[in-house]
Ligand binder design. Structure first.
Ligand code: ADP
Ligand code: MG
Length: 303
C-alpha cells in the first residue's frame, strides 16, 4: 500500500504547479543524480525572432520569407510558428491587399523531418526549409552560414533561395534552475539538442550546464540517454536516477526512456504530457529543484 504522506507530497507538488503521476516518481525524484534537458522550448523560450535574412542572387526577401512561411504553414514546431509570424508581418507591411489563394490550396505533401526541418510542395514547387542536414540529404548546394542563432536554409526545386537566421532567448528562470539543481546535490546536468554545436555550446556555457551534445536526431537523443543511464547506474549501484526534461516536440521517446520523464505542460505537446511522469504546468525549469525538495521532505516523513 502507498503510505499516506505520499499523497501529501503529490498534493504539495500540485499546489506548486508540478503534477506527479504516481508516488513511485516522487520517490525516484528524491534520488535524482543526473538531469538531462532538451534545449528548445525547455531551457529557451522557443519563441524565435528573425535576426537576419540573406537571399541568393535574384531572390527577394519577400519571396524567401513567403516561401518558407508557406512550407511551415502546418508545422507546430516553435521555429515554424516564428517563421509564419515574421511572414505575416512582412506580407501586411508590403502588400496589404495581396490576392493569394488560401494556404490549404497552395501547400501539399508536407513532411516534417524531425531534427532537420520540413519538406512541402508550395505552388507546385518542391520546397525545403531546415538545417544543413536537410539540404545535404537532398543534394542542394547551399552557402553555409555561421551566424549567432539557428540558421534555416530555404530551397525550391533544388535551387538554394537563401538563409533565415532566427534567435531564441534563454528563459530567465533557466540559469537559476541549473544552479539550484547543483545545490540540491544533482551530480550532472546535460543538454541534448538538434541545434548546431556552436549555438548549443553558448547556451550551455551561459547556464553552467556540465555536458552538452548537439546536432542530434531524436533517435540520437535516446541513445545518449541510454549511455547516461548506464553511467549513472554504475556510479551508484542502481540507486541514482536520471530525469529527462523536454517540451515534447519530438522528444516523447526520450521522456519514456528516462527513469523520470518531465514535460513542460503549458507549451508542451499532448503527446509529451501523455508520455511524461511529471508535468511542469508553468513551463518553469526551476520547478524541478522544487519538486526534488518536496520529494525529499516527503521521504523523510514516510521513512
Ligand atoms: P531541439 O533538440 O533543440 O529541441 P529539434 O530537434 O526540435 O531541436 O530541431 C533541431 C533542428 O532541426 C533545429 O535547430 C532546426 O535546424 C531543424 N528543424 C526542426 N524542425 C524544423 C522546422 N519545422 N523548420 C525548420 N527547421 C526545423
Ligand atoms: Mg525540442
Amino acid at each position: 500500500s502507498v503510505p499516506l504522506s505520499f499523497f501529501g507530497g503529490i498534493g504539495g507538488a500540485s499546489r506548486l504547479g508540478i503534477l506527479v503521476k504516481g508516488s513511485n516518481y516522487l520517490e525516484a525524484l528524491g534520488s535524482t543524480e543526473t538531469v538531462v534537458f532538451d534545449k528548445t522550448g525547455t531551457l529557451t523560450d522557443g519563441t524565435f525572432a528573425v535576426t537576419e535574412l540573406a537571399c541568393a542572387p535574384g531572390v527577394t526577401e519577400a519571396e524567401l520569407v513567403a516561401t518558407a512561411a508557406a512550407a511551415e504553414a502546418f508545422s507546430t514546431h516553435p521555429i515554424a510558428q516564428s517563421v509564419r509570424a515574421y511572414g505575416d508581418a512582412m506580407a501586411n507591411a508590403e502588400r496589404p491587399a495581396a490576392n493569394v489563394a488560401p494556404l490549404a490550396e497552395r501547400v501539399r505533401d508536407v513532411r516534417e523531418v524531425s531534427g532537420q526541418g520540413v519538406e512541402a510542395v508550395v505552388d507546385s514547387r518542391g520546397v525545403l526549409v531546415g538545417n544543413g542536414k536537410l539540404m545535404a540529404a537532398h543534394g542542394v548546394p547551399f552557402q553555409a552560414t555561421h551566424a549567432a542563432g539557428t540558421v534555416l536554409y530555404v530551397a525550391a526545386d533544388g535551387a538554394f533561395l537563401g538563409t533565415i537566421v532566427i534567435a531564441d532567448t534563454i528563459k530567465p528562470t533557466a540559469v537559476r534552475a541549473i544552479a539550484d539543481l547543483h545545490a540540491a546535490g544533482v551530480k550532472k546536468t546535460v543538454m541534448l539538442t538538434g541545434d548546431r554545436t556552436d549555438v548549443a555550446a553558448s547556451v550551455a556555457a551561459r547556464l553552467g550546464i556540465d555536458e552538452v551534445h548537439a546536432e542530434l536526431l531524436p533517435q540520437d537523443k535516446v541513445a545518449e540517454v541510454e549511455k547516461l543511464l548506464a553511467a549513472t547506474e554504475r556510479d551508484t549501484r542502481g540507486k541514482g536516477k536520471l530525469a529527462f526534461v523536454g517540451d515534447g516536440i519530438n522528444d516523447a521517446p526520450v521522456l519514456t526512456r528516462a527513469d523520470i520523464g518531465i514535460a513542460m505542460g503549458a507549451m508542451g505537446s499532448d503527446a509529451a504530457i501523455e508520455a511524461a511522469d511529471i508535468v511542469l504546468m508553468n513551463d518553469n525549469p526551476d520547478d524541478i529543484a522544487k519538486a526534488i525538495d518536496v520529494a525529499r521532505r516527503t521521504m523523510r516523513i514516510v521513512w
